[in-house]
Design a protein around this ligand. Structure first.
Ligand SMILES: Nc1nc2c(ncn2[C@@H]2O[C@H](COP(=O)(O)OP(=O)(O)O)[C@@H](O)[C@H]2O)c(=O)[nH]1
Ligand SMILES: [Mg+2]
Length: 373
């Protein structure tokens, strides 16, 4: 039987990773196939989503360095590896600040690997809080107005829209949000909570029983508005090893939550924001003891998805920020935030990996710029 393949889009923090895990579990639990997740992100390595997904019971692989839109051969290679390992339903995401995967992934697969995969509906995950920005109220969520273009284009690109996080809204509000989405976008709209599982089986059944028409939709990919939005974003990935100076056991949950607060303060001072800031840490000996948390904007509470049960005298932390800030400003304020908690908890900090880059910034690769003079 041909393997099924799906791409999930949706704004930063809307719940793409959580949804793929929930959908994957729904498939595996009900014996509808063998699910596998291909976690995609920008940056070279040390990606929270990939680290976290690997600790779940769903089969997974990661693809990093760039969006799956721009690495066709590598994508096809990874999909074949998952199929060889027994997967029959392949779920992958895109990094959450972008659009264009319908053309760059689905249409490319149809053209270059005809008949190889059965393309499931191109899914867009919508967050009840975030879509307030594009609803008539035009809510100001301390994010630049340019982000509205991305939210809108992602929803226009979809074959299926899923309103996620319905556990966070009243039934009346849910109906309002559904009516808005149904009135504005061409795709059918379903609702679920990837967290509680409500509606997940119905979404999964829809995805498994429908196919993507895989036709181009004009959504302004590459337009001036697209570039204006992308130019505001930076990616920051870091791995640090934190060691208590006297080798005393420490509750690292507290350290990480303080670090979130330091980063929030730094971003606020710099006039920036962070649509998604994630941290992951786990026990080296038994990766069942996990810290995983997200902040989806400086005005929100931190969501702790998993806390460490045990104390440690040293632990390795992966920190990913998808921020609205200059990349060097982000790097500097992250340094300050880490210094502050290191001082508070008497920690020695060893950085094993760090990268910080603007989405459209020059200087990421080789090559210089000729002087204008
Ligand atoms: N309350 C609630 N939180 C959710 C739900 N789905 C995801 N989240 C949380 O939202 C945050 C971002 O989720 P994630 O899957 O990492 O988003 P992504 O950036 O789109 O991949 C995490 O803290 C999740 O636990 C949901 O259905 N309900
Ligand atoms: Mg994710």
């Amino acid at each position: 039987m041909k393997a099924k393949y799906m791409v999930t889009s949706g704004f930063l923090g809307s719940g793409k990773t959580t949804s793929m895990i929930a959908i994957g579990r729904s498939i595996d639990r009900r014996g509808l196939g063998k699910a596998a997740i291909l976690a995609d992100d920008l940056g070279a390595a040390n990606i929270v989503d990939a680290e976290y997904t690997a600790t779940t019971d769903v089969m997974c692989q990661s693809i990093s360095g760039n969006c799956i839109c721009y690495q066709h051969e590598n994508l096809v290679d990874k999909l074949h590896q998952l199929i060889a390992a027994g997967a029959s339903v392949l779920l992958s995401d895109i990094p959450g600040c972008g659009i264009g995967a319908l053309d760059n992934v689905y249409l490319q697969l149809e053209e270059r690997e005809p008949g190889e995969f059965e393309l499931m509906p191109f899914l867009c995950i919508a967050d009840p809080e975030r879509i307030r920005m594009i609803m008539p109220e035009q809510a100001d969520l301390s994010l630049p107005g340019e982000m509205r273009f991305l939210l809108d284009a992602q929803l226009n690109e979809a074959d299926l829209i899923v309103l996620n996080k319905i556990d966070t809204v009243t039934p009346e509000r849910r109906e309002e949000l559904l009516a808005f989405l149904r009135g504005r976008y061409p795709a059918p709209v379903l609702a679920m909570s990837a967290l509680t599982g409500e509606g997940v089986d119905a979404v999964t059944d829809y995805l498994l029983s429908h196919r993507s028409p895989a036709v181009h939709r004009e959504i302004g990919y590459g337009s001036a508005e697209f570039i204006a939005a992308e130019q505001l974003m930076c990616w920051y990935n870091r791995r640090v090893f934190l060691e208590q100076r006297e080798d005393k056991p420490l509750d690292f949950n507290r350290v990480f939550l303080d670090l979130f607060e330091e980063l929030r303060l730094g971003l606020r001072k710099a006039g920036g924001n962070v649509p998604h800031l994630k941290m992951f840490a786990s026990d080296a000996a038994a990766p069942t003891d996990i810290f995983k948390a997200s902040l989806t904007g400086i005005d929100y509470e931190v969501t702790v998805d998993s806390r460490l049960e045990k104390s440690y005298s040293a632990i390795s932390l992966v920190l990913n920020a998808r921020a609205v800030a200059d990349s060097q400003v982000m790097a500097a304020l992250a340094d300050d935030a880490i210094d502050a908690v290191a001082q508070k908890y008497a920690l020695k900090v060893k950085t094993f990996f760090m990268e910080s880059f603007g989405m459209m910034e020059e200087g990421k690769g080789n090559g210089g710029r000729a002087s204008k003079y």
